[in-house]
Design a protein. Structure first.
Length: 81
């Protein structure tokens, strides 16, 4: 049985997000919704930014010196940045 995902299923909402290690930009204009209680996978070549993106969701990039983030990261509607 198929299921229609509406905006209400979104746990995470990422909007116009850019991320930098110093002067080097690692993530470019990320826009994404992640549904609650669904499996979401990130697939891509080594160095494409999967781990960097995941760390933007739990703010573990904050402990890396010289990093900077722009845009919005909402969890349950609250901007965690
Ligand atoms: N602490 C850091 N300081 C500077 N640059 C970093 C740092 N961590 C990652 N990078 C760079 O950011 C980019 C994205 O790396 P990231 O580790 O997020 O990729 P990944 O998709 O998780 O790769 P892998 O599949 O190897 O785990 C790469 O160019 C990487 O060299
Ligand atoms: Mg990784």
């Amino acid at each position: 049985m198929s299921e229609i995902l509406t905006d209400n299923n979104n746990k995470v909402h990422v909007e116009n997000m850019n991320f930098y290690y110093g002067n080097v930009q690692a993530l470019f204009d990320i826009n994404m919704d992640i549904a609650e209680k669904k499996v979401t996978a990130f697939i891509g070549p080594s160095g494409c930014g999967k781990s960097t993106f995941l760390r933007t969701l739990n703010r573990m990039n904050d402990i890396i010196d010289g990093t900077r983030i722009e845009g919005k990261v909402l969890i349950d509607g609250s901007d965690i940045l």
